[in-house]
Design a protein around this ligand. Structure first.
Ligand code: NI
Length: 168
């Protein structure tokens, strides 16, 4: 496995809609395993392919503190959601920044696994939040898009300053 470099906010790949995966070949399997290693080492609980510079519809998730429940989601989608709640979240592409985002508390997601089978996942609370966040990445949507203007502007200003200082 290879640890990949995580793209930070400002990289154009994060604002590009990712393309569907048509075939699960060795390259896709390697990408998924490299992304898991990258996510664990960050450390993080979710990572989408655009965050490592690959504009494909694949994300990896593991909310288990023992890192023993990895899920690889290919061409994922939210099938249904209920009850909106607000919770704080961050993103590996925004190290050090957090904001309150309103999302579904419970969801059903559909995705293709590495074995090629289409399957469904029922998720709630923290896992539901992570799945929605990662699928957003595939649609070029970032958590700051949900924040009020003043909060998003403040984060963008701080990132600009960090970039100038070579700290981003
Ligand atoms: Ni993220």
């Amino acid at each position: 496995m290879t640890k990949l470099k995580i793209k930070k906010y400002g990289d154009p790949v994060l604002r590009k809609r990712a393309e569907a995966i048509s075939e699960i070949n060795e390259g896709i399997k390697k990408l998924a395993s490299d992304m898991l290693e990258t996510m664990y080492s960050a450390p993080g609980v979710g990572l989408a392919a655009p965050q490592v510079g690959v504009s494909l519809r694949l994300c990896v998730i593991d909310v288990d503190p023992n890192k023993k429940s990895p899920v690889v989601m290919i061409n994922p989608e939210i099938i249904s959601g209920e009850n909106k709640i607000t919770a704080e979240e961050g993103c590996l592409s925004f190290p050090g920044f957090y904001g309150n985002v309103n999302r579904f508390e419970k969801i059903i997601a559909g995705y293709t696994g590495l074995n090629g089978n289409r399957q469904e996942m029922k998720a709630q609370n923290f896992l539901a939040k992570v799945v929605q966040h990662e699928i957003d990445h595939l649609d070029a949507k970032l958590f700051i898009d949900y924040l009020p203007d003043w909060k998003r502007n403040s984060i963008e200003k701080k990132i600009k300053r960090k970039k100038k200082a070579g700290d981003w």
